[in-house]
Write a protein of this length. Structure first.
Ligand SMILES: Nc1ncnc2c1ncn2[C@@H]1O[C@H](COP(=O)(O)OP(=O)(O)OP(=O)(O)O)[C@@H](O)[C@H]1O
Ligand SMILES: [Mg+2]
Lengths: 262, 252
């Protein structure tokens, strides 16, 4: 299978007042088309920087970012982004919020078609009937669902998510994992998910990439060979418990601590 | 509806009653403090003057305010988007704002001799653009990067991002500043009207009351100014409801 995202030897440093701050150091990431890459790593190691590079919001100092066989030189319409903060626009209704990317990407699309497309997604994530609500009238989990709809409304090739469920409580988070899985089954897309939650990375990922501490490089890659239509029960199998153990040790190493002896 | 109109009207009536009582209890003569009951005769005698002068004051204030909105927003955009411009312009803006505007009246009346209308509008503008510039500037420079990135990652232009996100997002701050600016613009207009020889507007009417020792007229002018101020203020509140009503949290 062709790699939809190919990050080759990317090195990047931020210019700060106290000199350059190296953030990425020869990072390699490959994500085949239609698969889901979960990226974990210590806090502040450069994960958000990675998402901004893939989205074309920044250029790396060294190395190359390829998307669908093309070198990424700037933003492109085939990318969708979601953040920890749902960043919904308070002056727009939920429906208008979801439609926003279409106004940029498909200016000639009729309003009726846009709304039909938005409804398709709102129905899928369980927000039927919330069209005319304001974001402030929704719960945190519902806002994040609306935000997901917005990042997928223009059918992007790549969905980039930076800790999208980080601010939600554990139960809501698990609901959203299942929503995520169903969305992928309905409309396949390639996905990069930054997360701090190892269970989330195993439940959603086709591979889990562990980044080292700053400056980040790829420290460890774990393929996840679980069925695509996995349920939450899978998280309680011995197989997954072993995976979580290994990942936890890898994170410890990335943080510069000794792994525990089992 | 009864609450929205009834309560403010009642509070004004109570205020007028207390004022009348204060003057009556102290037995103050007219030249010390006029009482509300002196005002209707003043309005009846000079109603034509009040209409003409009130209109003068009103249109100059609104013109100055409109100018302040245009220029203030433009300056706010410049300091909001460019760090360098912010560092360069802030000291100048703050310094200019700190100058007591009364000292500028002779300056501008010397530069633009005899241009009474123009000078008045200019002063209303100069005194009222600062809050607008600062609030728009702060609103734009504190826009969270994620808000920009949701559109920037799709390749949207800076202008599109400004129009669809930055501009509407700063509207609540803008209207907050505009409410302050309305009052300031009135002060600017009246300053020039009072100080200029042969001025027009309510400020000039006030001065003629002073010159002729017509104290009820002076107080009547003050009340007319307060009335115009209230009208303009609520006009802004009305616009805010239309354009930034979304920022109001539903009350429970
Ligand atoms: N624009 C910037 N200018 C300077 N330094 C920055 C900038 N953005 C991020 N950094 C620094 O670069 C490092 C990596 O930042 P980044 O946001 O990519 O980390 P992260 O892995 O996403 O962290 P977290 O887990 O806390 O979200 C951090 O130390 C951060 O302080
Ligand atoms: Mg981050």
């Amino acid at each position: 299978m062709e790699n939809l995202i190919d990050i080759k030897g990317v090195t990047h440093a931020y210019k700060t007042e106290s000199g350059p701050l190296p953030v990425l150091d020869g990072l390699d990431v490959a994500v085949p088309e239609g698969t889901f890459a979960a990226v974990v790593g210590p806090s502040g190691c450069g994960k958000s920087t990675l998402t901004r590079l893939v989205a074309g919001l920044m250029k790396p100092d060294e190395g190359e970012v390829w998307l669908h066989g093309e070198r990424v030189k700037g933003p492109r319409k085939t990318v969708g982004m979601a953040f920890q903060n749902p960043v919904l626009l308070e002056w727009r209704t939920i429906l208008q919020n979801v439609i926003l990317p279409l106004e940029i990407v498909a200016p000639s699309m009729s309003q009726k078609d846009r709304e039909a497309r938005a409804h398709e997604l709102l129905d899928m994530v369980g927000l039927t009937g919330f069209d005319d609500k304001r974001p402030s009238e929704l719960s945190g989990g519902m806002r994040q669902r609306a935000s997901l709809c917005r990042s997928l409304v223009h059918k992007p090739e790549v969905l980039i998510m930076d800790e999208p469920f980080g601010a939600l409580d554990a139960f809501t988070r698990e609901d959203l994992w299942q929503t995520m899985r169903d969305l992928r089954a309905a409309e396949p897309f390639t996905c990069v998910l930054i997360t701090h939650d190892l269970r989330e990375s195993v439940f959603l990922g086709d591979q889990v990439i562990v980044l080292s501490g700053r400056p980040a490089r790829t420290q460890y890659v774990m393929p996840i060979d679980l069925p695509k239509d996995r349920t939450l029960d899978v998280l309680y199998t011995p197989e997954v418990a072993d995976m979580l153990h290994i990942l936890r040790d890898q994170i410890k190493i990335a943080q510069g601590r000794e792994p525990e002896v089992h | 509806m009864l609450r929205q109109i009834g309560i403010p009207v009642a509070s004004v009536l109570v205020f007028l009653g207390l004022w009348e009582l204060l003057v009556w209890v102290n037995g103050w003569p007219n030249f010390k403090m006029a009482s509300p009951s002196d005002l209707p005769p003043a309005y009846i005698r000079y109603w034509e003057l009040f209409l003409v002068m009130g209109w003068q004051t009103l249109w100059r204030t609104v013109a100055g305010l409109a100018l302040a909105v245009l220029v203030g927003t433009a300056i706010g955009m410049i300091i909001g988007f460019s760090r360098i411009a912010r560092d360069a312009l802030y000291p100048l803006l703050v310094g200019f704002n700190a100058i007591p505007k009364a000292t500028l009246v002779p300056v501008i009346s010397l530069i633009f001799i005899g241009q009474h209308d123009f000078n008045t509008v200019l002063m209303a503008f100069m005194i009222s653009f600062f809050p607008i510039a600062v609030s728009v500037g702060i609103g734009l420079s504190t826009l969270e990067p994620e808000y920009r990135d949701i559109l920037r990652s799709l390749g949207a232009s800076r202008f599109t991002i400004f129009r669809k996100i930055a501009l509407p997002k700063t509207l609540p701050e803008f209207f907050g500043a505009l409410k302050v600016s309305v009052t300031l613009a009135f002060i600017g207009t009246n300053l020039v009207e009072i100080v200029s020889p042969h001025g027009r507007g309510l400020g000039a009417l006030f001065k003629s009351g002073e010159t002729n020792g017509d104290y009820p007229l002076m107080f009547a002018v003050l009340i007319a100014l307060a009335f115009l101020g209230i009208v303009l203020y609520y006009a802004v509140v009305y616009l805010e409801k239309i354009f930034a009503g979304w920022a109001e949290r539903p009350q429970s």
